[in-house]
Design a protein around this ligand. Structure first.
Ligand code: ADP
Ligand code: ASP
Ligand code: MG
Length: 814
């Protein structure tokens, strides 16, 4: 004898029922089959909905009834297209009994647990009848047996307890006498010893099948559902989840108890002692191997077997100094809850015994609070304990694995992975058996938590980064294109799954929590929603994706002002915008502090030398214990371009105009020519070397003419360049006379910084600097005479974008 159970989706349509019948036909070739079926998918919920509506005197309960009716009639007509009158007639009698019951509920506006059981039983009674008749109509040897005549329970309606003695005998007697090859039985439904209709609890068809398998001592129980086994975590929440091929009874029980709906928790009980393995299979993909639950499951390298979650949890906290001395305190607490039939899902108690925390279903919270407050009325009045505190909108997330007890540091890893992603843990429970570590977190964090933990324990090899880019001008556009081009390489070679989840320019913004399709991102952006800086932040925060990175590719002060907001949400910030790091020292320090506190890196390599690894190198020197003595650098691509092209055959005005035209200067060229931009860069290097400094502390000796310095507008400024050509030619002539080149040099020495135009002699490393190149020389304790030199293109969209890209990839190792 074989026992198979098919769930709601498996019998949810005529097409799926045909799959079921194929499976049954194959299985019954070499063995008799007992087949337990659920109600047609979604019908139990609809029955309850109709019942609730009728109870509330909502006349449209009849609409719900009509859909239930149509669903069943349509399935019969599809499965048995001809000569189906008798079947339809029986189904209609059942449906009219159902309608009478609903009318009754409407009339008395009451839906007791007892009536509710009567109501939901129609689902399985109908599906099992239709399936059995279909099989018979195809000439196979089949009968329907009503499990209500076999499975006998107490009168605990909606979740009755089985009387195994009577039930086992019923099942054994029935199957001993049965001669058909295939027996179809409704799951979930049962009767009390007194003959009242009862049910085994939501999801209970699995349990029915296990009861039959155990009574008949079969070799294996097959649970056929809509996924290919028990997954590492709920596949509807985590795309990367995958089926577990073998798992122990304990682990399966723990996972299902903590929310893995694929198996109804009590299902394991009846088969456990008899060591009957449970095989979970997919009706929609019968060839997938599925999951075997047994006590022979081997433990692979990973001590964590799965992750599950339960929603709608409330946390009750009872606190007070008086708790310590009160004898029998816990006993009274648990007795109170037990009297109210409130199920406790999780308990944690501080070792000081000053507080105790209980996780229960949210629906029981009010009742629990009233009951406990009443029990401890006296102690509360005497201020020995506080009135109970209830927190709602919580969920439990649990790691499960038999072998976790033999491994250290799993809970540490769990908490740090959650912490890094700004997921606040409200309570922690670890069973003494150490098969389970559970945390209570906000409901809104569940999807992120499952993904974070799945990545941590099951995909350690790939890391997902979710990038949100603001500013897709020249540099931003290059960055998007580079990411698009490299995604595949990063995944295959560096195990980084890099996704752009949000994009914005000053007008529009777009988001996709699965990562934007970059094929036609420009068109998508054109049709995006109205952009705003605050809106972009709010949306990024609301998506709540793990390893989120905000990338600022603007030069906008208001964007820089939002970094603190991002960091506080544990969203990393990568910026080529220099404004934040060259603002006041206190602001710079605050951002660094937030970055540390919220474990959200703040990277700005492109603030100095575009894509050249200047800041990263400096950070590595400092981190490894070196001390920066002095820095000398040419840091302005634009000024370098200007002085490389200016001589006695060109005009200063023309050269500056050309630099502007080629995009080497800021729109306002004074920012470059006044030395402010270079001053900002050396300021950032000084600060990264560990020195407290502000922009005013940097000595800036300008080479501009008096009139140039005083000019009010960009146009006025350009005019002074024409008028003061002689002033600039004099600078060139002096350098030429000394056989030198003009370079705009930034220095940091002994805690002092300066920027100025300098005459550089032949042989100096700066002398031959070409085009818009940059150069930085670090003199340190370890590099006292021969400096460490970084040199190369220091401006341009492509190199700046690749500098941003490098910062993003650095985050993968965080
Ligand atoms: P059936 O109607 O066949 O009994 P259920 O809906 O009760 O099916 O259970 C299967 C569903 O359980 C899956 O579709 C999936 O959404 C959910 N589920 C939750 N956690 C897990 C898990 N760890 N592995 C597989 N499925 C899970
Ligand atoms: N039909 C019942 C439910 O939806 C039982 C089951 O499908 O297992 O809960
Ligand atoms: Mg189920």
């Amino acid at each position: 004898m074989k026992v198979l159970k098919f769930g709601g989706t498996s019998v949810g349509s005529s097409k799926n029922i045909n799959n079921v019948i194929n499976i049954l036909e194959n299985t019954s070739k070499n063995s008799a089959v007992a087949c337990v079926v659920s109600a047609v998918g979604g019908i139990t919920d609809k029955l309850l909905l109709a019942g609730k509506k009728a109870q509330n005197k909502e006349a449209d309960f009849t609409d719900v009834f009509n859909t239930i009716k149509q669903t069943h009639i349509a399935i019969v007509n599809e499965l048995i297209p001809e000569n189906n009158e008798a079947v339809i007639a029986y189904v209609e009698t059942q449906l009219s009994a159902l309608k009478n019951l609903l009318d009754g509920i409407f009339l008395i506006n009451e839906l007791s647990p007892k009536t509710s059981d009567k109501l939901v039983s129609f689902g399985e009674l109908l599906s099992s009848f239709i399936i059995a008749e279909t099989i018979k109509s195809r000439g196979l040897s089949a009968e329907r047996k009503n499990s209500q005549e076999l499975v006998i329970t107490n009168a605990n309606f909606t979740k009755a307890e089985v009387n195994y003695k009577i039930t086992n005998k019923n099942i054994q007697d029935y199957f001993k006498a049965a001669s058909q090859k295939i027996t179809i039985l409704p799951g979930f439904v049962s009767k009390s010893v007194n003959g009242e209709q009862t049910t085994l609890g939501r999801g209970g068809s699995d349990f029915t099948a296990a009861i039959i398998a155990a009574a008949l001592k079969v070799e294996q129980l097959e649970i056929w559902t809509d996924v290919s086994g028990m997954f590492t975590t709920n596949p509807k929440m985590v795309k990367q989840a995958y089926p577990i091929s073998e798992i122990s009874y304990q682990e399966a029980m723990e996972l299902s108890h903590f929310g893995a709906k694929v198996l109804y928790p009590p299902t394991v009980q009846p088969v456990l002692n008899l060591e009957i393995p449970i095989h979970i299979k997919n009706t929609l993909e019968p060839n997938a191997i599925g999951t075997i639950i047994s006590n022979k499951a081997t433990n692979g390298a990973n001590p964590v077997k799965g992750i599950s979650n339960i929603g709608n949890i409330a946390l009750l906290t009872l606190e007070g100094s008086g708790m310590v001395g009160i004898p029998g305190f816990s006993k009274r607490l648990f007795e109170t809850l037990s009297q109210e039939k409130i199920n406790i899902i999780l308990i944690t108690q501080a070792s000081s015994e000053h507080s105790i925390c209980l996780g229960i279903e949210a629906k029981d919270a009010i009742l629990a609070k009233e009951a406990i407050d009443a029990t401890f009325e006296n102690e509360i009045a005497l201020n020995k304990i506080e009135p109970i505190v209830v927190e709602e909108h919580l969920s439990i997330v649990a790691l499960v694995g038999d072998n976790m007890k033999n491994h250290q540091g799993i809970s540490g890893k769990m908490f740090s992975a959650l912490g890094k992603n700004n997921i606040n843990i409200r309570a922690i429970a670890q069973g003494a058996s150490e098969k389970n570590i559970s945390v209570v977190i906000a409901e809104t964090d569940v999807k992120k938590a499952l993904n974070v933990l799945h990545e941590q324990f099951f995909e350690s090899k790939t890391k997902q980064l979710n990038v949100f880019i603001t500013g897709v001008g020249n540099v931003g556009e290059r960055l998007v294109e580079q990411i698009k081009q490299q995604r595949k390489y990063l995944k295959e070679n560096l195990k980084i799954n890099l996704r752009i989840a949000g994009l914005s320019n000053s007008r529009k913004m777009i988001f996709n929590d699965n990562g934007l399709d970059l094929k036609n991102w420009k068109d998508q952006l054109k049709n995006g929603e109205q952009a705003s800086l605050q809106g972009f932040f709010e949306k990024t925060k609301a998506l709540n994706l793990r390893n989120s990175i905000f990338v600022d590719v603007t030069a906008n002060k208001d964007v820089a002002n939002l970094y603190a907001h991002y960091l506080r949400e544990s969203i990393a910030v990568v910026a080529c915008n220099k404004i934040a790091c060259s603002s006041t020292f206190s602001n710079y320090k605050e951002l660094k502090r937030l970055s540390l506190k919220y474990n959200a890196p703040f990277l700005f390599e492109t603030n100095v030398g575009a894509g050249l690894p200047v800041i990263d190198t400096l950070n590595n020197l400092v981190a490894s214990g070196d001390k920066i003595k002095s820095i000398q650098a040419v840091l302005s691509g634009s000024l370098n371009f200007v002085f490389n092209n200016f001589n006695d055959t060109t005009k200063f005005y023309d050269v500056v105009k050309q630099a502007a035209a080629e995009g080497y200067t800021e729109p306002d060229p004074r920012i470059d020519l006044s030395g402010v931009d270079v001053a900002r860069k050396i300021l950032i290097l000084a600060r990264e070397s560990g020195v407290e400094m502000n922009l005013e502390d940097i000595k800036n000796t300008s080479f501009l003419s008096e009139a140039g310095l005083k000019s009010d507008t960009v146009d006025d400024f350009y005019k002074t360049l024409i008028d003061d050509e002689a002033h600039y030619q004099a600078l060139f002539a002096s350098a030429k006379a000394h056989n030198c080149q003009l370079k705009y040099v930034a220095k940091f020495d002994n805690g002092n910084a300066s920027v100025s135009l300098q005459e550089i002699p032949v042989g100096h490393p700066f002398y031959n600097l070409e085009g818009s190149d940059n150069i930085v020389m670090f003199y340190t304790e370890r590099y006292p005479k021969q400096p460490m030199i970084i040199k190369g293109a220091g401006a341009g969209a492509d190199v700046t974008a690749s500098g941003l890209f490098a910062d993003i990839i650095r985050l993968a190792n965080n």
